[in-house]
Design a protein around this ligand. Structure first.
Ligand SMILES: Nc1nc2c(ncn2[C@@H]2O[C@H](COP(=O)(O)OP(=O)(O)OP(=O)(O)O)[C@@H](O)[C@H]2O)c(=O)[nH]1
Length: 459
């Protein structure tokens, strides 16, 4: 997730998610104590809301309370970490004892279950009252999640919170479809509390990992949220309809279910691909814009000095290979400072923009016009001759003179520029060619400006 940052506004979802941890875990603790109070005061409805329905076992209530306590953060980080580790250890012991009992047919959990006699008497008369394997696994996952959080292993902690969430979800599905095997001995209240605890545990790590990506305000997060919703709702709804109709119509409906789910998955993949493509397109467009911006001058849109040098190097290699030549023109606006000083910087900028458009119009598409300094421009004339260059340079000089800028040329007369020209036939470096053209330009300035001078070194 490196390089991925939320701004202040975008943290809102993450902060909301983290803000639910305390109230949600608090409600779970309250529920746990209510169940224990039910056993203590023999008020059955507090731990078995539906007569003869499944009850919340006292050991389950203990696990709920301890996990709930571990999830409630205080201000002292060190204290929190110790409490999280201690709570995790307690619940690991409680949940593991139940798992060992189920696997090895032992009875260890009864040694640590409060109100055990009451539980036994209810079991004897055939009432459901024990912590199921699914509940034990759910609490084990929650405890591991809490312990890992205490050790600051946040991503692993988030993973176990996610695993824990699966168990009450399966139970809910069982209750909805009337499939007892799905919920087993997990009462609907235990499932609801387990679900709330798992959501609390997940929310603790809302600022990192998969959950952070899921809550992201960007397109990826939006896709993940909608696909999670649809991905759960659609198959669940179809499954519900299947379960309701299977007993009457049997067989082929199951095939229909499988095919529909497959098509649904394909639809989700296609939707993801469309969005992915859109993101990728935007990214590539951004990259192109950046690459272009790195090589062009922001004021005039002309090629900048960097691109000019890059182009020139390639030209040198090309003319050396083909025994050809290119010509470099360096164009410098005369007394440009005067424009800035008397009419302001904006007017100066306007002159530069108009001049650059004019320069582009004066040459062929293959030639490169660049802004290589403040009021200094260059033109690389590819495959040109001295006569051709003379013609173009004169043309450029005269075109500049013809430029009319309201508020400047009508009062101060024409804008002029001096031009220095040098040739490169592959036997000079670009630095040398620029130096020769600069020397010629200096001469043009010295001789009174508004003229074209050729470097005498390379005729
Ligand atoms: N408006 C504007 N002015 C700029 C920009 N870049 C450089 N300048 C100005 O261009 C002026 C160049 O002045 P000088 O180097 O003295 O040259 P000059 O006044 O044209 O005189 P000569 O070249 O000798 O004819 C300076 O005042 C710079 O501040 C720009 O992007 N916009």
């Amino acid at each position: 997730m490196s390089g991925f940052t939320f701004n202040e506004k975008q943290w809102v979802l993450v902060k909301y998610a983290q803000a639910i941890v305390r109230p949600l875990s608090g409600a779970c603790i309250l529920f746990g104590f209510t169940v224990l109070a039910g056993y203590f005061g023999s008020i059955e409805i507090l731990y078995r809301p539906f007569a003869n329905g499944p009850a919340t076992n006292p050991l389950t209530a203990m696990c709920i309370i301890v996990i709930g306590l571990g999830l409630r953060k205080r201000n002292d980080k060190k204290q929190d970490e110790w409490l999280q580790k201690a709570c995790a250890l307690f619940v690991i012991i409680m949940a593991s004892s139940k798992i060992i009992d189920v696997i090895f047919s032992t009875n260890i959990s009864s040694l640590i279950t409060p109100f055990q006699e009451q539980v036994m008497s209810e079991l004897e008369v055939g009432k459901s009252n024990s912590m199921g394997l699914n509940s034990a696994i759910m609490f084990l996952c929650l405890a591991i999640c809490l312990g890992l959080y205490g050790f600051q292993r946040l991503i692993s902690s988030q993973f176990f919170a996610f695993l824990a969430l699966a168990l009450p979800t399966i139970s809910f599905t069982g209750y909805a479809y009337n499939l007892e095997k799905f919920h087993g001995q997990m009462s609907i209240l235990t499932a609801t509390t387990g679900f709330a605890l798992a959501i609390s545990a997940l929310s603790m790590t809302a600022h990192i990992g998969g959950l952070r990506a899921f809550l992201s305000p960007y397109l990826g997060g939006t896709i993940a949220r909608s696909q999670t919703f649809l991905g759960y709702m659609v198959p669940s709804l179809l499954g519900f309809l299947l379960v309701k109709t299977l007993s009457s119509r049997e067989g082929s409906l199951f095939g229909l279910f499988v095919v529909t789910i497959c098509w649904f998955m394909i639809l989700m993949i296609i939707l993801s691909a469309i969005y992915q493509e859109k993101i990728d397109h935007e990214r590539r467009k951004g990259e192109q814009l950046l690459a272009k911006a790195a090589l062009s001058d922001p004021l005039t849109g002309l090629s900048n000095r960097r691109n000019f040098l890059k182009f020139a190097q390639e030209e040198i290699r090309r003319v050396a290979r083909n025994e050809n030549e290119f010509w470099l023109l360096i164009i410098d606006v005369d007394h440009f400072k005067k424009i800035n000083d008397s009419a302001g910087h904006d007017m100066g900028d306007q002159v530069l923009v108009i001049l650059s458009e004019d320069l582009k119009k004066s040459v062929r598409d293959v030639d490169l016009v660049s802004r290589i300094g403040g009021e200094e421009f260059s033109i690389i004339l590819v495959d040109s001759s001295k006569q051709g260059t003379e013609r173009v340079a004169e043309n450029v000089r005269m075109n500049i003179q013809k430029i009319r800028i309201e508020g400047w040329t009508d009062i101060n007369g024409p804008i002029t520029a001096s031009i220095g020209c040098a040739k490169n036939d592959g036997s000079y470096t670009m630095e040398e060619t620029i130096k020769f053209a600069d020397e010629a330009l200096y001469k043009a300035k010295e001789n009174g400006r508004n003229q074209v001078v050729f470097a005498d070194k390379i005729e």
